[in-house]
Write a protein that binds this ligand. Structure first.
Ligand code: FES
Length: 116
C-alpha cells in the first residue's frame, strides 16, 4: 500500500495503489486548493489547474496529456492532484518555498556526488 506524506501537515496516510491524489487529499482535509479555489474549481476534471501539488519525493509516472497541457511551462515536480495516480510512496507539498528548498538541496547533493 502506497504511503502519501503530506509534509505540510506532517501526516502520512496509506492508500490503495492507483488512488487519485486529489481524492485522498480532500478526504484527509489536506488543502489542495488555495483561497477562492476551494469553491471555484473543476472538481477533478483537469480543466482549471488549481489543484497543483508538488511531488518532491517518490517515484511518479510522467505527466499525462491533461497535465502537459495545463502545466505547460510549470516545472517538475508540480502536478495536478486530480490527474495523479499514487502508485508508490510519495511526499507532496503545496508550499512553493519548500519546493525551491528541496530543488536546491537535490542539486547540491547531485553536485557533491558528481565531484566524488
Ligand atoms: S481540479 Fe481542476 S485541474 Fe484538478
Amino acid at each position: 500500500m502506497p504511503v502519501i506524506h503530506f509534509i505540510d501537515m506532517n501526516r502520512k496516510v496509506t492508500c490503495v495503489p492507483g488512488a487519485n491524489l486529489r481524492e485522498v487529499a480532500l478526504r484527509e482535509r489536506y488543502p489542495v486548493y488555495q483561497g477562492i479555489h476551494q469553491l471555484l474549481n473543476c472538481h477533478g476534471n483537469g480543466l482549471c489547474g488549481t489543484c497543483k501539488v508538488a511531488v518532491i519525493e517518490g517515484r511518479t509516472m510522467p505527466r499525462n496529456a491533461t497535465e502537459r497541457k495545463r502545466l505547460k511551462g510549470v516545472p517538475e515536480p508540480w502536478r495536478l492532484a486530480c490527474q495523479f495516480e499514487v502508485l508508490d510512496n510519495v511526499t507532496v507539498t503545496t508550499d512553493a518555498k519548500r519546493v525551491a528548498e528541496h530543488a536546491k538541496a537535490t542539486a547540491e547533493a547531485a553536485r557533491k556526488a558528481k565531484a566524488g
